[in-house]
Design a protein around this ligand. Structure first.
Ligand SMILES: Cc1cc2nc3c(=O)[nH]c(=O)nc-3n(C[C@H](O)[C@H](O)[C@H](O)COP(=O)(O)OP(=O)(O)OC[C@H]3O[C@@H](n4cnc5c(N)ncnc54)[C@H](O)[C@@H]3O)c2cc1C
Length: 424
């Protein structure tokens, strides 16, 4: 059927008003996509849209940092298994090999009426579709006494970069008899097994240095955690006198954190640490909220069939900022969601075919040298557009060292593969 302009405009108006399927912008000069945030989600989305669009779509990536330091494998850096350089990556190839325009800057707001992204330097960039992938920001007020400033003394290191280096520096200054205190965050947060892998790496460092009198105490606001049986078994075997995990019914709640004094006060007791690793509650990266894309949970509702925002048809939200049903907030998930969003963006803008989504995730955690455990799943979207797990797997307790070593090598291979998939 051939449409005249009036019929076309009527369909466009209906599609925006009722959130029906968008009309392809076929025939327009060169459609524009802006991606906000160049992490596991955003870098992958930018690369796939540019690569598969073969020069027919203008792709701009706005990223606040000049390089990307991954949170994934940052615990291995803390444990001495990786260098900082090996977890830090450049955006150069996205520009040179895929034609993505990478802008080093901070996006302050999406003007959804004008379809433009505003930057802190006052400039703005027009878009036909925008992919929002800012990761997380912190709710510092979730912990009495803690603040953005206090994070310089008691780092969360839950966004990688200077915070990771700070925690590494503090850990390396530890002497025998001094302790580490970690405050683990409430659900939902990025990387559910992350705090417990980190505690393992801290204990590994203490053991490797030959310290006999230092402890890692985890004060948790949750009564249970991801891969708990596997971590508990590993800690019993490798760090029986080093790691202590205290759930809320034991410590009774955190009353105050004094980063300067190195003290966490709880209902039960006062814990002193030469290193405090305080991880606050999280929410979607600020731009998602300032642009009206979040709901009362602080994260962004999306249609799991496409990763399209449920609030605005021209917006896709991927990675930690999205509410992705059964998928955990992980780099693997963000990368997987990015490819579905990229396919749908291209479908909107060039009419290319769009398929039902298949997502995947595996989270590996290193407990001690060559001893990794994993949990993962395959996912699809149900009729309500919620992401649901179709099949799941998890390492077993009591596994052989060979299997654990194989899982570790798998994780190293995965790291190389995801970084290549993000940055080319
Ligand atoms: C200690 C730790 C260990 C982890 N280990 C694993 C693991 O082993 N496997 C795994 O799969 N996942 C792991 N994760 C989780 C993983 O790092 C995150 O889930 C993943 O990075 C999410 O991707 P994202 O694209 O949503 O956010 P990010 O990767 O954080 O990327 C967001 C990017 O957006 C930029 N940005 C934000 N706001 C703006 C703005 N307004 N303007 C411009 N730029 C902006 C940021 O600078 C950042 O580069 C781990 C996390 C932690 C903390």
């Amino acid at each position: 059927m051939k449409l005249n302009r009036r019929q076309f405009n009527a369909i466009l108006a209906t599609s925006v008003g009722t959130m029906a399927a968008p009309v392809p912008l076929l025939g327009q000069a060169k459609p524009k996509v802006v991606v906000i945030g160049g992490g596991a989600g955003g870098a992958t989305a930018a690369r796939y849209i540019a690569r598969d669009g073969k020069g027919t779509i203008d792709v701009t990536l706005i990223e606040n940092s000049k390089t990307y330091t991954s949170c994934f494998f940052s615990n291995l850096f803390l444990g001495g298994f990786r260098t900082f350089d090996s977890i830090t990556h450049s955006y150069d190839r996205l520009e040179s090999d895929f034609g993505v325009s990478v802008i080093n800057g901070y996006a302050t707001e999406i003007d959804r009426d004008q379809k433009a992204v505003k930057l802190r330097d006052g400039s703005s960039i027009a878009y036909d579709r925008v992919v929002v992938a800012p990761g997380i920001d912190f709710d510092y007020e979730s912990i009495p006494g803690y603040s953005k400033e206090a994070a310089d003394l008691a780092p969360h290191a839950w966004q990688a970069g200077p915070q990771t280096r700070k925690l590494h520096e503090l850990m390396n200054a530890l002497t025998d008899g001094q302790d580490i205190v970690m405050l683990a965050p409430p659900n939902p947060y990025r990387c559910p097994p992350g705090p417990y892998e980190r505690a393992s790496m801290m204990a590994h460092m203490i053991k490797t240095k030959g310290f006999k009198n230092s402890r890692v105490t985890i004060l948790d606001v949750k009564p249970k955690f991801s891969k708990q049986a596997l971590f508990s078994e590993g800690w019993q075997e490798h760090y029986p006198d080093i790691i202590e995990w205290l759930p809320p019914d034991i410590h009774g709640g955190v009353i105050n954190v004094d980063a300067k004094a190195g003290v966490v006060e709880t209902d039960l007791d006062t814990f002193e640490g030469a290193v405090l690793n305080i991880i606050p509650a999280m929410q979607a990266g600020a731009i998602a909220k300032t642009s009206g894309l979040t709901d009362e949970s602080g994260y962004c509702p999306v249609d799991g069939a496409s990763m399209r925002s449920r609030i605005d048809n021209d917006v896709f939200v991927i990675g930690d900022a999205s509410i992705a049903g059964a998928m955990p907030k992980s780099g693997f998930s963000a990368n997987s969601q990015a490819k579905i969003a990229a396919m749908n963006v291209r479908g909107d803008l060039s009419g290319s075919k769009v398929f039902a989504p298949k997502y995947g995730n595996t989270c590996w955690s290193l407990i001690s040298a060559e001893n990794s455990v994993k949990v993962g799943a395959q996912y699809s979207a149900n009729e309500q557009g919620e992401i649901v797990a179709d099949s799941t797997f998890i390492s077993a307790t009591g596994e052989s060292t060979d299997l654990r070593s194989l899982a570790y090598r798998e994780s190293v291979g995965w790291y190389s593969a995801i970084v290549a998939d993000m940055f080319g």
